[in-house]
Design a protein around this ligand. Structure first.
Ligand SMILES: [Fe+2]
Length: 388
């Protein structure tokens, strides 16, 4: 899939990045820079229960903090966003500080919309529905994976309708992302590995996407190099601050990549098993990545050679025809070393559920960017069977 150098593209990444150990404790400076005075913290229920991180941020904000909404759950839903927005309105909050993983950050994006626009969140679902900047939002990730702190995308579940609503809008980029390695210190090894593989998939999917663009290649390739070097270290020793910091940077770069170029078959298939069988998003991506690379191999040889080099493999000895299989093997070895399950059956997916997932995956927004058009559920099923 060589570049057509004459193709137009847009690269957008307006979020200010602040990086460094303990920089989250300077969050008040960023609030003041945004000329805000009343901050609502939006955080995960588990994080608030099992760590002192949200309290630390609250203390750091001092009088600027008017409240903390700590009811965010994995796969955040409309009802949670509505509760948070109601609370924020009562407090007249003019700024959101999200503290947590992708779910907390996405919830804050939803609250940001409701505080500014009012009405029902579902009315703003889709692409570019909003017409003005939303409530200022500072994101402090506590995992290194989703990259949501630098994307214009939020996924919020409509539990009543049993579907996920997608919001893609340039007005919901967080204003600031604070990448503080101390915030990810307590993440357990398996979650560190799985969320890190989500970032790996973001970088690789953006590069094999139909909307691949040169600016994205730059950030994605560096993200892959960083993940290769630092994810095993961060998973092995959570206190390794160098590894934690470099993984936050990697996840950030990897988040910028698909926000501009799109995703592909890996995320399409991972979303379906996530929605149907609650497989952790990073783990689903990690398991599905090798068979999806083999699926795309015949049209992505040149891209996969570049990714192989970033993975530290001597690609000069690999042909374009071989690249997909060699890369798939390289990734599988990497995730084995991380101690991650290799098959969907180990992640709780029953074989008889794969057929339904194949149909769900075909209607996923991520799959449309895949370099090979997939329209036959039987083809998807074959990929799932390999991963099972
Ligand atoms: Fe992802």
């Amino acid at each position: 899939m060589p570049y057509d150098a004459s193709l137009n593209f847009i690269f957008w990444s307006p979020t200010k990045i602040v990086f460094g150990e303990n920089t989250a404790l300077d969050v008040a400076i960023e609030v003041e820079n945004l000329k805000c005075k009343k901050v609502l913290i939006v955080t995960d229920k588990d994080l608030a229960k099992s760590t002192n991180i949200p309290e630390k941020i609250k203390k750091a904000l001092g009088n600027l903090c008017v409240g903390m909404f700590s009811d965010v759950e994995p796969d955040s839903g409309l009802h949670i966003v509505n509760q948070g927005a109601k609370f924020g309105k009562e407090l007249a909050a003019d700024c959101l500080v999200s503290v947590g993983g992708g779910s907390a950050i996405d919830t804050a994006k939803g609250i940001a919309i409701l505080l500014r626009e009012g009405g029902k969140l579902q009315d703003y679902a889709g692409f570019q529905v909003l017409t003005r900047p939303q409530t200022p939002h500072i994101a402090i990730p506590t995992t290194a994976g989703t990259g949501s702190e630098v994307t214009h995308v939020a996924v919020i579940k409509d539990h009543e309708e049993g579907r996920k609503l997608f919001f893609g809008d340039y007005n919901i980029f967080p204003n600031v992302a604070i990448l503080d390695p101390k915030m990810t210190e307590g993440l357990p090894p398996k979650l560190t590995a799985a969320t890190g593989m989500d970032a790996m998939c973001h970088a690789i999917e953006a590069m094999h996407s139909l909307q691949r663009e040169p600016m994205v290649d730059g950030v994605a390739l560096h993200a892959i190099r960083l993940i290769r070097e630092f994810l095993p270290r961060a998973a092995e020793n959570g206190k390794d601050m160098m590894a934690r910091g470099q993984m936050l940077i990697a996840a950030n770069l990897a988040g910028i990549a698909p926000a501009n170029a799109g995703w592909g078959v890996v995320h399409g298939l991972a979303h379906a098993v996530g929605a149907k069988f609650k497989v952790h998003h990073g783990l689903a991506n990690s398991i599905l990545l090798p068979p999806c690379l083999r699926y795309n191999a015949d049209v992505c040889g040149d891209v996969y050679l570049e990714i192989l080099s970033a993975m530290g493999v001597n690609a000069a000895k690999v042909s374009q025809e071989e690249a997909g299989n060699v890369l798939a093997d390289t990734i599988a070895d990497f995730t084995k070393r991380l101690g991650l399950p290799q098959k969907l059956r180990e992640a709780g997916v029953p074989q008889e559920g794969l057929k339904e997932c194949s149909e769900i995956a075909l209607s996923d927004g991520a799959i449309v960017y895949n370099p090979k058009l997939i329209s036959d559920p039987a083809e998807v099923l074959k990929v799932y069977e390999q991963a099972w």
